[in-house]
Design a protein around this ligand. Sequence first.
Ligand code: ATP
Ligand code: MG
Length: 248
Amino acid sequence: MTEPLFSLAGVSKRYGDFPALDDVSLTIAPGERVVLIGPSGAGKSTLLGLLNGTLAPSQGEVRALGRALDGLSPKERRAIQRRIGTIYQQYQLVENLPVIHNVNAGHLGRWSLVKALLSLVWPLERERAEQALAQVGIAEKLYTRTSSLSGGQQQRVALARVLVQNPDAILADEPIASLDPERGREIMDLLVEISQTTGKTLVASLHAVEFTHSHFDRAIGLRGGRVLFDCPAEAVDEGMLGALYRIG
Ligand SMILES: Nc1ncnc2c1ncn2[C@@H]1O[C@H](COP(=O)(O)OP(=O)(O)OP(=O)(O)O)[C@@H](O)[C@H]1O
Ligand SMILES: [Mg+2]
């Protein structure tokens, strides 16, 4: 059996006294496409934050890429985090810079400080940035000011940045929540295409449950910080969704 890319063993995360995640254990294999669904406050973003090491568990162990995240030196942690790319609902781009700078930010984990600073003045690696933008369908926007792009285009820039980063896994926290349905579908299609063609693991939290069957292998339903179901995506049915989103 191949080693899991991510694993959580008995993981809880509390904010103060509040249990955002409660005793969660799961593993994610390389190349899997996993959707996290569940009502607001279920713990989806918290789970993604634990997977990319931006949050530490209150209890239990999180492993990513074969290493326990607890107790890593800052340098070791950065080395792991470089191999995990994250996309957010709010694209986390520097809006007043041209697109190429935002795409090149995907290199930052690898570049020396001098090169990184230099790249702010003079965009480096134009070809790689151009190629990534072509892959996400906006090749012509290389020198456009990022703030003048539409939301869908900005999410494409965020995707291009992840392509340049070339991580082993892509985590996406509600990547389409700010987009209209058609732009949202385009981004979902792109995410899956990238994961399929490169073999990268994809873990996405989504409120748009209609993508569960069409875009994912596996679905994890979270409710109140606990895993309500964890099954093949195609097995998710209306009864399960009803129980997941029921009020009270
Ligand atoms: N920094 C924080 N401080 C205190 N409580 C927090 C913090 N972050 C999250 N929480 C709480 O933890 C719970 C889980 O939050 P989380 O953001 O993981 O949920 P979610 O499933 O991503 O929700 P949504 O669908 O609204 O994004 C919520 O009740 C939230 O209020
Ligand atoms: Mg969230």
